[in-house]
Design a binder for this molecule. Structure first.
Ligand code: HEC
Ligand code: HEC
Length: 332
């Protein structure tokens, strides 16, 4: 009889080994720890990386909802674009065009801190914003479209996906590599003419000489998304602020760049941001945004302001004099 236990014990050991390996893989997936030893100290770089879509537990109903949420982020246009199968409420771009790889990439505008930090006070509307409100901001601005009701299946699915990505992170915790990287301000104003040179050399081959990108073969979305013109983000979107645009492209563009291997200098990133954001795009009425004028970010380009700098300087810089003024007036 005794010998019958042996296979069971072996099976248990194997299962334990697999489970253990799985949780290690999970840790490695969520947190990339790069150790680079210099002569005097050890540098530890911890950034958040999202779960891979193939880890979504699609065998259960809650997992199916998460999977649909992922699909809506990756193929927004298929469901909600101009020829969308569910509704026609967006400009043809996908969330993933800006929230790279389903919102999982360090400094790739990922969703790593969303579930842990929302609901969140936001100065743009001077109130507390839910995840639903924040997603709708991108629908109305980045996708130049219409908001979804929080009870809509599509909104529930997007919420479920964002929740799944952020699961396990303590409330309020802001992981490394989330948000866009803030890159150094230049001493001078960003220069759209110099940015045009960067654009022609490093961006135009994909995004096109008219900045209108290239549609995909199916005609549903884009192979290369537009950067300006009627089908691009509107002037109320995050990327319309030069600092956000520069931080995004510095770490993610041209395609293939990442935060460890950027392909643009800070100056090139600011200048190409100036060039692209000087081009025409849809307008959004933003009169009710930033009700507390003093809370407008330095690079928010629409007045009124509490300082006497022009809209042009708030758009292109130089930003340092504005920041110095804000700091000194806060002290007095
Ligand atoms: C044109 C680019 C673009 C597109 C397309 C886009 N977004 Fe965004 N999104 C941004 C930018 C820029 C931010 C602000 C990032 C920052 O300031 O840290 C942002 C922020 C967010 C945030 C808050 C992130 C945080 O950490 O607080 C959420 C959630 C979000 N977007 C969801 C979506 C969803 C869902 C879609 C598709 C329906 C979408 N976005 C489409 C550019 C875009
Ligand atoms: C090799 C092709 C390629 C090059 C070159 C390239 N991009 Fe992109 N870019 C893409 C693709 C593809 C996406 C969408 C990424 C996705 O959906 O995963 C994108 C997305 C973007 C986005 C966010 C979506 C949007 O359309 O608003 C911006 C901004 C952007 N690129 C700017 C630039 C800038 C600036 C340069 C030059 C410095 C550049 N890109 C060079 C392929 C390219």
């Amino acid at each position: 009889m005794k010998s019958n236990w042996l296979p069971i014990i072996i099976a248990i050991i194997i299962v334990m080994a697999i489970v253990n390996k799985g949780s290690n893989a999970y840790q490695q997936n969520k947190i990339a720890v790069n150790l680079a030893t210099s002569s005097a100290q050890t540098f530890v770089d911890t950034v958040w990386r999202g779960w891979n879509k193939f880890q979504i537990p699609v065998y259960c109903d809650s997992g199916k909802l998460i999977w649909y949420g992922y699909q809506l982020i990756a193929n927004t246009s298929f469901y909600l674009g101009p020829k969308g199968t569910v509704a026609q409420i967006t400009n043809g771009m996908n969330c993933q065009n800006c929230h790279l790889d389903g919102g999982t990439i360090p400094y790739g505008n990922n969703y790593g801190k969303v579930y842990a930090t929302y609901p969140l006070y936001r100065a743009r509307n001077n109130g507390v914003q839910s995840i639903y409100n924040r997603v709708n901001d991108c629908f109305e601005r980045s996708l130049n479209g219409k908001a979804l009701d929080s009870t809509a299946l599509e909104m529930k699915a997007i919420y479920a996906y964002i929740k799944w990505l952020g699961n396990g992170l303590p409330k309020g915790y802001i992981s490394g590599g989330t948000s866009l990287m803030k890159i150094k301000y230049l001493d001078v104003a960003a220069n759209a003419d110099a940015g045009k040179v960067v654009y022609i050399a490093k961006c135009q081959s994909c995004h096109g000489s008219n900045g209108d990108g290239e549609p995909d073969k199916q005609g549903v979305g884009y192979k290369y998304p537009p950067l300006w013109g009627a089908n691009s983000y509107n002037d109320g979107a995050g990327l319309f602020r030069l600092g956000s645009f520069a931080g995004f492209v510095k770490n993610n563009m041209p395609l293939g760049a990442d935060y460890q291997n950027p392909k643009l200098t800070d100056e090139e990133a600011w200048n190409v941001a100036a060039f692209i954001n000087s081009k025409p795009r849809p307008h959004k009425n933003q009169q009710s945004d930033w009700p507390v004028t003093a809370k407008k970010p330095v690079d928010f380009p629409f007045g009124p302001f509490t300082d006497s700098f022009t809209e042009k300087q708030h758009k292109y810089g130089p930003f340092k004099p504005i920041i110095v003024l804000i700091k000194t007036s806060n002290k007095s």
